[in-house]
Write a protein that binds this ligand. Sequence first.
Ligand code: MLT
Length: 271
Amino acid sequence: MKFKERKITVNYHQVSYFDEGQRQALPVVFIHGFPFSKAMWSNQLEALKKDYRPIAYDVRGHGQSDSGQVDFSIDLFADDLLALLDELNIPKAVVCGLSMGGYIVLNAIQKQPSRFAGLVLTDTQCGADTSEGRDKRMKTIAFIKKNGLEVYADESLKNLFAEQSFQMHMEEVEFIHQTILATPTEVVCRTLQALADRKETCSYLPKINIPVCIMVGEEDRITPLPMAEKMAAGIREAHVVVVKGAGHLSSLEGSDQFNRILINFLEANNS
Ligand code: MLT
């Protein structure tokens, strides 16, 4: 592993995290999507560690973090994020969430807005699941319980990546494939339920009064550009940037572009 793995007890479970860069510098916390892990942010940690304090952690049950004893919910994951900031003595951070990570940060900011210096919302949305979306998740849970994760992982990859990434980013595709397969089946099912049950956050967006950068992969089929534009329209200080040639995992598929946009945002808003 490129980065030192650290563990900390937060909200009655053990969280695994990376904490790189300069201790006194601005903390930038990364939250992965579903069902991935902190390891998806390696390129960003590498790019930021000289001038910032980039932190990436495994959401409850994912990667090397424990599941704990309670039912999963996006609300619980948001409490975990705030408790992690407390435990790390971080009063304020820029937080970057991809997809489910975005759902978590948009929930957490409603609870404690003063903890956030800026948001980077990546390939995510503010809406709740539609009833069809919810039904699909329930069918997926039943399918996984019966058949395991292999077919689910193969089908997921087709939606997650842009067409061209299957030739140009084979290593990233295989990395995500292995990450999905390494996630316990029970964690995948419990998180699918949490995603299905999540509440919308669109109505909160006008209350956000910190800088927000919204990134979306040009070929994101899961949370496409109109969803990003809808969020931007609701937020006072937000702009949308399209990551060319990327699908739903723009930080991996277009990491150079992604890092440039991220660093520009950090430099513009935190000097
Ligand atoms: C993710 O990448 O976190 C998922 O696509 C989120 C979702 O399924 O809503």
